[in-house]
Design a protein around this ligand. Structure first.
Ligand SMILES: C[S@@+](CC[C@H](N)C(=O)[O-])C[C@H]1O[C@@H](n2cnc3c(N)ncnc32)[C@H](O)[C@@H]1O
Length: 234
């Protein structure tokens, strides 16, 4: 698996994703999900934003948080270890989706910001692993970039934050890559404080597809929740 996240993991939480539309709708829908004591899988858990959303919306369930990028996982572990409630409920594993070992039953799956990092073949492997573990009606929550085909994506602002005396600004731009991919480049500029300015560019690959294509792949019913988020029902 390519690790697109570790080089910029320290900046990840400066992008305002908490309290976003996708975060709010995930919390609302999770709170209304009947789990029957089954665990929730958070695929590509990142630094723990989605783990927090799950834990705060469904007070009792166990959470399996899958995060292969070491630097992202380090932040996630820090968050889990230092919160007694999370520490009891969240199991963190490092295996990427194609090497996963899963419990026999899952009550729900959250796959926010991750499926576009998987090619069609890897997604098929994932569905084969997940679908037999989900009871009828169990939800798979997804968040995708709203890019259904590779396009030129002009640079747009991603973050503008101050921490101590350092100012962090970031933009994201994209261009078509091979086949169904977009090559996304984030550019972070860090200024202020006693050190010289730094510019860090990071590239990642995102496979473009729509929620409707995911519904076709899985043969599940899809419901769009926001411009980027949706849910598939097993
Ligand atoms: C955009 S982040 C999303 C983090 C979190 N779900 C959120 O919404 O804030 C995508 C995460 O997916 C992880 N990821 C990428 N490829 C993966 C794979 N093959 N298996 C599991 N996780 C993967 C990355 O390491 C990264 O932390």
């Amino acid at each position: 698996m390519d690790d697109f996240y570790s080089p910029v993991a320290e900046y990840y939480d400066l992008v305002a994703r908490a309290h976003s539309e996708g975060d709010t709708v995930l919390r609302e829908r999770l709170a209304a999900t009947a789990l029957n004591g089954e665990p929730i899988l958070d695929l590509g858990a990142g630094t723990g934003r989605t783990v927090a959303a799950i834990a705060e919306s469904v007070p009792q369930c166990d959470i399996l948080a899958v995060e292969p990028a070491p630097a992202m996982r380090a932040v996630l572990m820090h968050r889990v270890v230092n919160d007694p409630h999370l520490r009891q409920r969240v199991t963190v594993v490092a295996e990427p989706v194609d090497k996963l070992h899963l419990p026999d039953k899952l009550g729900a799956v959250v796959a926010y910001g991750v499926l576009g990092h998987l090619c069609r073949e890897k997604r098929q492997q994932l569905w084969q692993l997940l679908l037999p573990r989900l009871s009828a009606g169990a939800p798979i929550f997804v968040e995708l970039l709203p890019l259904e085909k590779p396009i030129v994506l002009p640079a747009f602002p991603l973050a503008c934050e101050t921490v101590g005396k350092r100012h962090y600004t970031a933009s994201l731009q994209g261009e078509p890559g091979p086949d169904d991919t977009m090559l996304l480049t984030s550019c972070w500029t860090i200024r202020g404080g006693p050190c010289p300015a730094q510019v860090i560019r990071n590239q990642s690959v995102w496979h473009t597809f729509s929620l409707a294509e995911l519904a076709q792949e899985t043969r599940l019913r899809a419901e769009r929740l926001t411009a980027q988020a949706g849910v598939l029902y097993a």
